[in-house]
Design a protein around this ligand. Structure first.
Ligand code: AGP
Length: 734
């Protein structure tokens, strides 16, 4: 999905060349998210002017465009704010005018980069067209830039010189939908605004001097300064602003919900022009200084800020970051970072902490690997270990999940557990559902987030809803989370990305600690989610004597997983050869699994589809005879999971049904399994042997050959493995 990057230097002299390089490099670190075009906005040569350079294609194409435009790289700036973007098209195809930054007018007075979707952009566009604004792109973002200018101009004409964040509050009152956005303006030189709603945004802080405090105060409107209108003031979008003793609330004006627009969706003339300056008066703010950025002697401190939708682009510069929350308006100017909110909410935090990231730069570099996906597959011995590190005591067979501990009694009392996720994360839930039910003795349902929402599935206060997500930002999962929160359920997050929306919005949870996953195809996150869920199930049953033996077997099984994964990785040469021979140029591939291995079949098929563009389907082996068997002949490539568990005889029979129809499956089986050794000789089938583990953990090992297979099928076809077409790493739109 789209990526945002911004860089502000204050009293740290930088040449334009250095600033552009920092922005472009920031974009390169966001490339993995998936995108189709790029752009930057920096100071131009004229006083307070903005230079925008953008291009469709990869960051390399942007570099060429910058070289073509050839701005003077040697000009230096003591203070400067630049913004940059990678775009994944939602409104309007990838073409240069649709790239971000989007602008308010040909003079680039307000320039925006934006992630997310503005749902009321058509109405806003109609209104702004009526006001005489000319649109050059098909994007929803352009409306925001023009709205900034429109509201700035009418307030200015009415004698109101708004602070940049006050203006932003007025703009945000008008826009609906989701956004993470940065705005810079020639009216506010060397200032930048960063704000978010439903789209991640963080700010890295780099300063030679130690920050005075490791938090930033949140600034609210000073209610004592507010005028008290007799009747509600109607803001531009038909929302009425009320004030009461303690807070300001924004509610819809029921009588005239379209106060800003007439019945045709057009502007109702002077309505907005008259009202907006009055609404602006509502936001007379207490002016404060940001404590973190105060120097001992009160003199200005040199500082750099790195704004991004993703920690991976900030980590090279600083590990000190602040995660913005929904509706925060960060205003950076004069070397200070201020966080504003439009209204004071009861119980809302008064500060945002500046945290220290534990991520290392090496974690987001490819190292000796050709692709991030390959690196991440090979990291699994380590990442699976990291998921368990400090949480499992293998000596005493006990589990300690700090983020869940206090909530376990409440979870144990639940009538049901609902696991909700998308894609690979959904498969990790399927893979662990049986052991969850077995150990917790609570019914577990597993839901695809989008379908769960489409059905408006009933949720009760005594439900436990578990949200599994690598990124912690997936829109469908996030919406489902909000839906369950509204209904009073207890929510648990199983998330990889620290500070992500899902990890912050859930009541409690577990970070899977797999480290940054850059490849679009989720690999190490799957195995770590799987382990985190198993540990969760083990924690739920640690008060049950009847489960003691089973729990011990699983915990001791987990201990061996990292080294067993390492062993499975040794299959790579054989898998590579199969991809180049038996599986080369095939159109379709069936993957059979049963019981615990049904999830492995689905996950393997998803990997193959998304990376190699080959059709692949995970089939429940028990369903074979109910239809899929019709596809089987001597030509159809088929993979079957034949590892040992209680369902082995049934799996064997399914595979025999395949070989009886001249099918030649590749069987993933346990090492030296006599049954398969014999069949390999007599029935012309291939085997891929993996170590044996406890039944509920076998999927952790069985998935690795399929990850490698999808990787080599894709590489052999010359596909850009880390950036498969049409896909994005973090799916932040519905
Ligand atoms: C997996 O390879 C995919 N890229 C995709 O299915 C992914 O798992 C899904 O979009 C959910 O993402 P999340 O884990 O970040 O929520």
């Amino acid at each position: 999905m789209c990526g945002i990057f911004g860089y502000c230097n204050y009293l740290v002299e930088k040449s334009r060349g250095e600033i552009m390089d920092t922005l472009v490099e920031g974009l390169e670190r966001l490339e993995y998210r998936g995108y189709d075009s790029t752009g930057i906005a920096i100071d131009g040569d004229e006083l307070d002017s903005t230079l925008i350079i953008k291009q469709i294609g990869k960051v390399s194409a942007l570099k060429k465009e910058i070289a073509k435009v050839n701005p003077n790289r040697d000009v230096t700036f003591v203070s400067h704010c630049g913004i940059a973007h990678t775009r994944w098209a939602t409104h309007g195809e990838p073409k240069q005018v649709n790239c971000h930054p989007q602008r308010s007018d040909p003079n680039n007075e307000f320039v925006i980069v934006h992630n997310g979707i503005i749902t009321n952009f058509r109405e806003l566009k109609t209104l702004l067209l009526n006001k005489g604004y000319k649109f050059e792109s098909e994007t929803d973002t352009e409306c925001i830039a023009k709205l900034f200018k429109h509201l700035y101009d009418i307030n200015y004409q009415n004698g109101h010189e708004l602070d940049f964040h006050e203006l932003t509050k007025l703009v945000l009152l008008e826009i609906e939908g989701s956004y993470g956005l940065l705005c810079r303006s020639s009216h506010y030189p060397n200032e930048v605004i960063a704000t978010r709603k439903g789209s991640p945004l963080l700010i890295g802080v780099k300063s030679e001097k130690k920050l005075k405090v490791d938090f930033v105060d949140v600034e609210f409107p000073d209610e004592s300064n507010l005028g008290r209108p007799e009747t509600p003031l109607i803001a531009a979008n038909g929302k009425a602003i009320h004030s009461d003793d303690n807070n300001i609330t924004v509610t819809t004006n029921k009588k005239n919900p379209d106060a800003f627009l007439n019945g045709n969706g057009h502007s109702s003339g002077s309505h907005d022009d008259n009202l907006l300056p009055i609404a602006a008066n509502e936001f007379n703010l207490r002016y404060s200084q940001s404590r973190a950025f105060l120097s001992e002697d009160g003199s200005p401190t040199p500082v750099e800020f790195f704004l991004s939708s993703d920690a991976s682009s900030v980590i090279k510069h600083t590990k000190k970051v602040l995660f913005l929350e929904d509706d925060d308006i960060a205003h950076i100017y004069d070397g200070e970072l201020h966080i504003h909110r439009s209204r004071r909410e009861v119980g809302a935090s008064m500060t945002r902490s500046i945290q220290t990231l534990e991520m290392e730069l090496a974690q987001i570099m490819k190292g000796p690997y050709k692709h991030f996906m390959q690196k991440e597959i090979y990291e699994q011995p380590e990442s699976t270990f990291n998921t368990m590190r400090g949480r499992i005591d293998f000596e005493n067979n006990s589990i300690n999940l700090g983020g869940l501990k206090a909530w376990l009694p409440a979870i144990r009392r639940a009538r049901r557990i609902i696991m909700i996720a998308c894609g690979t994360s959904y498969h990790s839930c399927l893979a662990t559902r049986a052991i969850f039910e077995e150990l917790s003795e609570i019914p577990v349902s597993v839901e695809l987030a989008s379908d769960f929402l489409d059905r408006k599935s009933p949720v009760f206060r005594d439900d436990i809803c578990v949200f599994v997500s690598q990124s912690g930002e997936t829109a469908d999962t996030m919406l489902a989370l909000n839906y369950t929160l509204e209904r009073g359920a207890l929510t648990v997050g199983i998330v990889n990305t620290v500070g992500s929306s899902i990890s912050r919005a859930t009541h409690c949870g577990v970070h899977i600690n797999a480290g940054p996953e850059i490849g679009v195809a989720s690999t190490k996150a799957y195995t770590s989610q799987y382990i985190a869920l198993v540990m969760f199930a083990l924690s739920l049953s640690d008060d049950r004597v009847s489960k003691l033996e089973r729990r011990e077997a699983i915990i001791q099984g987990l201990k061996l997983i990292p080294s067993q994964v390492k062993q499975v990785l040794k299959l790579e040469p054989k898998i590579k050869e199969l991809c180049a021979t038996k599986l080369a140029d095939q159109k379709s591939l069936l993957i059979l699994g049963r019981g615990y291995q049904f999830a492995s079949a689905l996950e393997g098929a998803l990997k193959i589809k998304e990376i190699s563009y080959m059709h692949s389907e995970g089939v429940l082996a028990g369903e074979l005879k109910h239809g899929v068997l019709a596809l089987v002949d001597e030509n159809l490539p088929l993979i079957a999971f034949g590892t040992r568990d209680s369902l082995f005889p049934k799996v064997l029979s399914s595979i025999e049904q395949v070989t009886a129809r001249k099918g030649h499956p590749i069987v993933i089986c346990n090492e030296n399994d006599e049954v398969w050794m014999e069949k390999a000789v007599n029935s012309n089938l291939e085997t891929l042997e993996v170590p044996q583990t406890v039944d509920c953990l076998q999927g952790l090992l069985n998935i690795v050959p399929l990850q490698l297979m999808s990787y080599w099928l894709a590489v052999n076809k010359g596909i850009d493995v880390d950036f498969p077409r049409n896909l994005a790493k973090s799916v932040t739109v519905e």
